[in-house]
Design a binder for this molecule. Structure first.
Ligand SMILES: [Zn+2]
Length: 359
């Protein structure tokens, strides 16, 4: 099932005070993820003359959640139409209609639906979800000042605040990086990557975006700030397309993006410096964290330390084990899978790497 919820995961959108009605049992099933039963029982209600906006919404959402937008749209539109008060039912029907439109390539319809959901201002969650979709997919009003620049592999959108940025140079360096990174991972086809380039985090935050950069490979989409490295975010997209990892870990996924960021920086030196400078909230040096432990729990170190550590580790893994083994390993990025692919050598490499970090 494709995830239709876009930037936030809000599975359940029910009113705080539920009114008793024919849809109540449908929502219980819906919350349990029993979408087939929601559809079946909802249709039975509709066929026997019990039609409410909520019943239509439940059926429409359950269909959309199962990638059956073609049929789901009929129920979602009916739900929106019947909810004359434009309550949460209307707002969620429009949110889902927007999702369906987006994935069918109907951008203008998606914009209209998400704007309707947002402007209904029915509940905090429905309004927020719609606003996030509008910004996340570049459809909000604020994007009218942005400019487009399309190349072979990218559909760039540049913030209107980036008056000094040389877009052609930016696009060319990104195309070059795309070729380099695709040569390693394979693939290279696919839709152009929608590449949103914000002036800075301040602009993004003001628009309601979380901290950047963000890569959403499943939507062929990146949001970044202009000052970010050329290769990091596109590596997430390219590696995902080529190898479709089923198990991701922070150490490998982020480490790979850092390794291929195209800066050529010595990540081991950066990691050692970051480790030496980092302090706990109490002002103490950080406790020693073995790379194997970080592999299992990516939260053990702060990001300014863990990212260069990961980049340096991925560099070593590729150097020691070679490209082919790395690509084989990458689809399941867990430590357990690394032990299977690399065998007994891995333990020695980890020990050498931890020693080099601490040196
Ligand atoms: Zn990343």
């Amino acid at each position: 099932m494709r995830c239709l919820i876009i930037l936030a995961l809000l599975l359940v959108a029910l009113p705080a005070v539920a009114q008793k009605g024919p849809a109540d049992t449908l929502w219980e099933l819906y919350q349990e993820g029993r979408f087939d039963e929601v559809v079946q029982q909802g249709k039975a209600l509709l066929n026997t003359g019990t039609e409410t906006a909520q019943v239509n919404l439940a059926v429409g959402r359950a269909l959309a959640d199962q990638d059956q937008c073609g049929e789901g749209i009929i129920y979602l539109e009916r739900a929106a139409e019947m909810d004359l008060d434009r309550s949460w039912v209307y707002a969620w029907a429009q949110n889902y209609l927007g999702n369906c439109d987006w994935f069918a390539g109907r951008e203008d319809a998606a914009r209209r639906a998400w704007m309707a959901a947002r402007d209904a201002d029915a509940t905090h969650n429905s309004t927020r979800q719609a606003a996030m979709n509008l910004v996340g997919f570049g459809l909000a009003e604020s994007f009218v000042t942005w400019t487009d620049f399309t190349t072979d592999h990218f559909a760039f959108r540049f913030s209107g605040q980036l008056t000094d940025l040389d877009r052609e140079v930016y696009a060319r360096t990104h195309e070059e990086a795309f070729t380099t990174i695709s040569t390693f991972f394979g693939g290279g086809g696919g839709n152009p990557i929608r590449f949103f380039v914000w002036a800075d985090q301040e602009e993004a935050t003001a628009a309601g975006m979380p901290p950047l950069g963000i890569a959403k490979p499943e939507y062929d989409m990146v949001h970044c700030v202009a000052a970010q490295t050329v290769g990091h975010e596109m590596t997430h997209v390219i590696s995902h397309r080529a190898l479709e990892p089923t198990a991701r870990t922070g150490l490998i996924n982020e480490g790979t993006a850092v390794h291929f960021d195209q800066t050529g920086r010595d990540q081991l030196a950066r990691a050692r410096r970051a480790l030496a400078e980092a302090r706990t909230p109490a002002g103490e040096p950080l406790p020693v964290v073995a790379t194997a432990a970080l592999w299992d729990d990516w939260s053990l170190l702060p990001g300014d330390v863990s990212y260069p550590v990961a980049g340096a580790w991925v560099a070593k893994l590729i150097e020691q084990g070679g490209k082919e083994k790395f690509l084989e390993f990458y689809s399941d990025q867990t430590l357990a899978h690394a032990r299977t692919v690399y065998g007994d050598d891995l333990q020695g490499w980890l020990a050498e790497f931890d020693a080099a970090l601490a040196d």
